[in-house]
Design a protein around this ligand. Structure first.
Ligand code: PBG
Length: 325
């Protein structure tokens, strides 16, 4: 035997020397759920350690994260059901969500703040688009998404994050941003977002599950990967700054394909159901939760994600700081 791969696994220092993938706090984006009551904080039942919280709690959370090296955040609004309607009217108003976005950037100018562009948090139908006769109407939805994007840009976000999967929305948003002097506001596009069972806990958190049907006429079929490349091509042509694959774990091949087929940075969303499964099995003593968490995060990075949106961000960064690996 001339080649014995085990020689490079002999000691920790050699293993570290040959390590191909490194994860750093700066690669992580922490999703936060905002409620209107400024000082309230409620744990999400299916996502232990993750809260729906008011702005003051969010400021504290961001402060803690910044000290741990997590400096990028995506914020989702939790909207009371009585404020939801068919056209997501509340989403284009000057309300607590956009005001808080602005306050975050004022208090933490050095953070990277990403907003959510989609109708579902505000939609009485629980869909990401306008529903007419049981159908999701693409182009009318885009008009609303564009208004949201301009509103968020005015309130100072670094990126808007269209998570809706309507066709052509990246171009429409890019043109509107540019026409209104927001050339510096970026677009983190949910490029390949699959119609997934892994979003369950998120929809519980927002109470945003579809009131009828499913999201298969706009979110992608889990069986398709070539189609993700088409979405990639479109988003690149339409001016997206970052392309996202979502969920992450069942779609590592898709992350890899996007990474090797274009030069735009790739994000992966390690979604709520992926987090909940690890937490649940960990609590039952069925897996070593931290070991599995670290393996999941490094696998997403190894597949090609430059950055990872993950509910593990804060706890992982805390362990990273204390080197509890
Ligand atoms: C919809 C949206 C979803 C998530 C974020 N924005 C999924 C959906 O309801 O279709 C899921 C995030 C997660 O599960 O962590 N605009």
């Amino acid at each position: 035997m001339l080649k014995r791969p085990r020689r490079n696994r002999k000691s920790e220092v050699i293993r570290n020397l040959v390590q191909e993938t490194v994860l750093l706090p700066q690669n992580l984006i922490y999703p936060l759920f905002l409620i209107e009551q400024p000082k309230e904080k409620h744990e999400i039942h299916s996502m232990p350690g993750i809260y729906r919280q008011g702005k003051f709690c969010i400021f504290d959370e961001i402060n803690e994260c910044m000290n741990l090296g997590i400096r990028s955040f995506v914020v989702f609004p939790v909207i009371p059901n009585e404020l939801k309607d068919k056209t997501a009217t509340f989403g284009v108003k000057n309300q607590f969500y956009v005001q808080t976005l602005k306050e975050i950037k004022t208090r933490f100018p050095e953070c990277c703040l990403i907003s959510d562009i989609a109708m579902d948090p505000y939609s009485s139908d629980g869909h990401d688009g306008i529903v007419e006769n049981g159908k999701i109407i693409n182009d009318k939805t885009i008009e609303i998404l564009v208004k949201m994007a301009l509103l968020h840009a005015e309130h100072g976000v670094d990126f808007v994050g269209p998570s809706d999967m309507m066709d052509g929305r990246v171009l429409a948003i890019r043109q509107a941003l540019d026409a209104n002097g927001f050339e510096e506001t970026g677009i983190m596009s949910y490029t390949a977002k699959y119609a997934s069972g892994f979003y369950g806990p998120f929809r519980d958190a927002l109470d945003s599950a579809p009131k009828f049907g499913d999201k298969k006429t706009y979110q992608m079929d889990p069986a398709n990967a070539r189609e993700a490349l088409m979405e990639m091509e479109l988003d690149n042509q339409e001016g997206a700054d970052i392309l996202m694959v979502k969920p992450a774990l069942s779609y590592l091949d898709v992350i890899h394909r996007l990474k090797t087929n274009c030069y735009t940075p790739i994000a992966a969303y390690n979604v709520s159901g992926e987090y909940a499964m690890v937490k649940a099995a960990g609590r039952n003593g069925w897996i070593d939760e931290k070991k599995v968490r670290d393996e999941i995060l490094i696998s997403i990075k190894r597949a090609g994600a430059d950055m990872i949106l993950t509910y593990f961000a804060k706890e992982w960064a805390l362990d990273y700081k204390n080197q509890n690996f």
